[in-house]
Design a protein around this ligand. Structure first.
Ligand SMILES: Nc1ncnc2c1ncn2[C@@H]1O[C@H](COP(=O)(O)OP(=O)(O)OP(=O)(O)O)[C@@H](O)[C@H]1O
Ligand SMILES: [Mg+2]
Length: 263
């Protein structure tokens, strides 16, 4: 058994008085796809944002690629903050793709993908653009490099967003409902890019309502409900009956075509 890419231990996240994640223990296997499912408001995005260090956990521990970061709450309710340099270093290990593609509208596809390579990684323009072009090729958009986001379909924009994250060479890719904002006919091209990435052995954590995708691509599916992890296991187990009543209820609501075949 190789070490997990991410180990989450007793993770708690509160916003004020509201506990959004409660005692989450989860391991994300290296080189595999892990899907997070659960009803709206169950804490999926918050968990993903904690893994990307866009949100600081209230308490618990997150180990990414062997680097352990602990979060503690002092008795007076104050949190001890990690040094920003440490947060930046761990954050660089993950790439994140959001539901809304968040491309810079005034930059071409090439500009969007090469920008951080120039400004953050300080690569010379030519090298940054060559790397960006290679990533655009990977998502099938080399011939759209000079298009602006407004000239691209939603599916193409999301593929540019994936290329942008990949360009920074993350160890782990985090996806938060990457196809939810797309028309149904455009979800396939994005899911195919994600399938290719999975086949290459990228470690991926994917929040999704595409149960069919989860069933066929995920190594592990985890079900969150009201901030608690109710189930985590291989697809064959999550769809097997009898199921936890909350999971049963959820799957009834969210079954898409792919999963109705499995049910
Ligand atoms: N910055 C914040 N401040 C206060 N409460 C928040 C904040 N972010 C999220 N929450 C609350 O945390 C809970 C979990 O939200 P989260 O966005 O993680 O759910 P989700 O499972 O991603 O839902 P959805 O499927 O609708 O995207 C919700 O009750 C939400 O209102
Ligand atoms: Mg969400």
């Amino acid at each position: 058994m190789s070490l997990p890419a991410i180990a989450i231990t007793k993770l708690v996240k509160r916003f004020g008085d509201s506990t959004v994640l409660q005692d989450i223990d989860l391991e994300i296997p290296e080189g595999k796809v892990s899907c997070l499912i659960g009803p709206s408001g169950s804490g999926k995005s918050t968990l993903l944002r904690c893994l990307a260090f866009l949100e600081e956990p209230t308490s618990g521990m997150i180990t990414i690629n062997g680097e352990a970061l602990g979060f503690f709450e002092a008795p007076n309710g104050k949190r001890e903050r990690l040094p920003p340099a440490q947060i930046r270093a761990v954050r660089a290990k993950t790439g994140m793709v959001f539901q809304q593609f968040n491309l810079w509208p005034h930059m071409t596809a090439l500009g969007n993908v090469s920008e951080a390579l120039k400004t953050v990684h300080k690569l010379p323009k030519g090298e940054a653009e060559a790397r960006a072009l290679a990533q655009l090729r990977k998502v099938g958009l080399e011939n759209r490099a000079n298009h602006y986001p407004s000239q691209l379909s939603g599916g193409q924009q999301q593929r540019v967003a994936i290329a942008r994250a990949l360009a920074l060479e993350p160890k782990i890719m985090l996806f938060d409902e990457p196809t939810s904002a797309l028309d149904p006919e455009l979800t396939g091209e994005v899911l195919n890019v994600m399938r290719d990435l999975a086949a290459e052995g990228m470690t991926m954590v994917v929040v999704t309502h595409e149960i069919g995708f989860a069933a066929t691509v995920a190594h592990q599916i985890s079900f969150l409900d009201h901030g608690r992890l109710l189930f985590s296991g291989p697809p064959s187990e999550i769809f097997a009956k009898p199921r936890h009543p909350r999971l049963d209820q959820f799957l009834d609501t969210y079954l898409d075509r792919g999963a109705s075949m499995l049910a």
